[in-house]
Design a protein around this ligand. Structure first.
Ligand SMILES: [Fe+2]
Length: 252
């Protein structure tokens, strides 16, 4: 069984906490973890967790990127830490536990003033996805949601525009996958259009999904406690001096 999570925002330890819950409390056998973006690919936080504190994920972890990553260093960082987790670049297909996953990080629904250019999904990346044949892909993994499935806008963030990223409908039509999984919106969401079941996941501190060998995704809600983010840390995050704010305060 695969544990699916997202939006860790540098709080990498939550992944092992949710894994422990899935295995020790619920009694599931987890083979690996898939992370749907906003992992928190930032040099200082990766160094702190993996090198300074010597932490490890307790199962192999595969991640796509989101919109809260250091896009100027993403290649370098994912190579440097490849012993600890595996990055799935945009527009690539990966066989994991018998499934062929199409990976497409990035986002469209976000504050353009605060988001790096590298977060935006390009036409070239959509074209790279479409270069794969329908039969080559079982499940689509994205950070942002596709358009037209009814993911609601977050109150107060209406200025971000409608939810979903451009040309996502082309991927839906081309692949008609059995499953499409996404994060980013910090909401539990599900929708089916007849051939594709879409699932949106909450942030890692609220729970996770469990993907079995028969395309069934089960949502497990398990809220973890967080320390309050100090005011000064919030301020520095807003000024982009340190990592993005803690998960509680983030809405995308
Ligand atoms: Fe996001």
């Amino acid at each position: 069984m695969i544990l699916v999570t997202c939006d860790t925002h540098c709080y990498y330890g939550t992944i092992n906490q949710q894994l422990a819950y899935a295995e020790n409390v619920l009694g599931h056998d987890i083979s690996c973890i898939i992370h749907l973006g906003d992992f928190g690919l930032y040099k200082s936080h990766l160094h702190d967790f993996f090198i300074k504190k010597g932490q490890r994920f307790l199962r192999p972890l595969y991640c796509i990127d989101g919109n809260h990553e250091d896009f100027s260093a993403i290649e370098k960082l994912t190579q440097k830490y490849q012993a600890f987790f595996t990055y799935l670049p945009r527009g690539t297909v990966h066989r994991i536990e018998g499934y062929r996953f199409l990976a497409l990080g990035g986002a469209a629904y976000m504050d353009s003033m605060l988001t790096e250019q590298g977060a935006i999904i390009t036409d070239q990346q959509i074209n790279a996805c479409l270069a794969f044949a329908r039969a080559e892909v079982d499940i689509i993994l994205t950070h942002d949601c596709p358009t037209g499935i009814g993911v609601p806008s977050t109150p107060g963030l209406d200025h971000f525009g409608a939810t979903g990223f451009p040309r996502s409908h082309e991927l839906a039509e081309h692949f008609q996958p059995k499953l499409w999984l996404f994060g980013h919106h910090h909401k539990w969401f599900s929708f089916s259009d007849g051939h594709t079941a879409y699932y949106g996941l909450e942030g890692a501190w609220k729970g996770f999904g469990l993907l079995d060998a028969d395309f069934q995704l089960t949502i497990v809600k398990n809220r973890l406690e967080w320390e309050k983010t100090p005011f000064i840390e919030k301020l520095l995050a807003k000024l982009k001096i340190i990592r993005p704010d803690g998960p509680r305060e983030l809405s995308d």
